[in-house]
Design a protein around this ligand. Structure first.
Ligand code: IPM
Ligand code: MG
Length: 365
């Protein structure tokens, strides 16, 4: 298998976690005789400082010429005063739009070992396994018109979706639900918003193509509560861009840490892979960051761009094994270190590499 992977590590903890994911991918390639080529380009705050734009043309061209893009994180406090279109985040939104992936898959899987880490009761989170499918190219993030009119002291954004934009992401969500526990929960605000009424009607239309999948609809406010009360009740959760942004961060509470969540954006020209967490400038460069979200994101590259399901599963199993053995990054140890070994970002990456190697060698024997 040949894969050309563009690495855009970005800002804050982006580089340190991304390099651990790259190490794991290199290990997998070496073991399986795969040809993975890595190239690195700038995005976000580092690109603003060095190239004068959050998404330099050079980065965009390299992204479009690759098979997969692995992004770390973007953002930093020094850019907080800039308008949205000049900030590091604009680089991320521009690359998402250019690559064209509209279905952002955000699996939230509650590892048993991390149940104590959740502020929720262990019996509520244990066994939770949700796949959020967040529409990534529409809604308030991209809707026109948008502006802050300072003369009128007024600002506005537009939440807009076409039927086709909803249908294409719904179809992907239904296909994934078909391969999982066959339940799809669509989240909207159809009691208030026309855009949500179109969303709901379209999801119901697409549902007729997937008779084996059970569909339910939830309002986003109620869903925010249900997710905390009964996370195990959900399988695939389909929602629009902003609601998906909010609910996927909320689901970090179920998994024990935002540092555990990976994502893959599919459906466009080139798939884009990014952990759900941000650049965490407060802990950047200290070796405190959790690389497991980035490493699990690497597993999604193997699965969705490489078609290497066994290797993807081996990486996920290695993460589980390392947790079982009591290894933790500081965010996963939170106060209770008894029986646990707290590792730095690099040490955790190396542990997963080593374990993945053992797993794959054992499987091939
Ligand atoms: C995410 C992030 C981004 C988003 C930001 C950094 C633009 O919060 O990927 O969830 O809002 O989509
Ligand atoms: Mg977010």
């Amino acid at each position: 298998m040949h894969l050309k992977i563009l690495v855009t590590a970005g800002d804050g903890i982006g580089p340190e976690v991304t390099y651990q994911a790259v190490s794991v991918l290199k290990e997998i390639a070496a073991l399986g005789g795969h040809d993975f080529r890595f190239e690195e380009k700038r995005i976000g705050g580092v690109a603003i400082v060095q190239d004068g734009a959050p998404l330099p043309k050079d980065t965009l061209d390299a992204a479009l010429a690759s098979d997969a893009v692995l992004l770390g994180a973007v953002g930093g406090n020094e850019f907080n005063a800039l308008p949205p279109d000049k900030r590091p985040e604009a680089g991320l939104l521009q690359i998402r739009a250019a690559l064209g992936g509209f279905a952002n898959l955000r699996p939230a899987f509650a590892f048993r070992e991390l149940a104590v880490n959740s502020p929720l009761k262990a019996e509520i989170v244990e066994g939770a396994d949700i796949l959020f499918v967040r529409e990534l190219l529409g809604g308030l993030y991209f809707g026109q018109p948008r502006a802050w009119d300072k003369t009128k002291n007024q600002a506005f954004n537009t939440m807009v979706y076409t039927r086709d934009e909803v249908a294409r992401v719904a179809r992907i969500a239904f296909e994934l639900a078909q391969k999982r526990r066959k339940k799809l929960t669509s989240v909207d605000k159809a009691n208030v918003l026309e855009v949500s009424q179109l969303w709901r009607a379209t999801v119901n239309e697409v549902a007729t193509e997937f008779p084996s999948v059970t569909v339910e609809h939830q309002y986003v406010d109620a869903m925010a509560m249900h997710l905390m009360n009964q996370p195990r009740a959900y399988d695939v959760v389909l929602t629009e861009n902003l609601f998906g942004d909010i609910l996927s961060d909320e689901s970090a509470v179920i998994t024990g840490s935002l540092g555990m969540l990976p994502s893959a954006t599919i459906g466009g020209k080139v798939n884009l892979y990014e952990p759900v967490h941000g650049s965490a400038p407060d802990i950047a460069g200290k070796g405190l960051a959790n690389p497991l979200g980035a490493i699990l994101t690497g597993a999604l590259i193997l699965r969705h761009s490489g078609g290497l399901e066994a290797e993807a599963a081996a990486v996920e199993a290695s993460v589980r094994k390392v947790l079982e053995q009591g290894f933790r990054t500081p965010d996963l140890a939170r106060g209770q270190t008894q029986g646990l070994t707290v590792l730095s970002t690099k040490e955790m990456g190396a542990k997963v590499c080593e374990t993945a190697k053992e797993q794959l060698l054992a499987a091939s024997r």
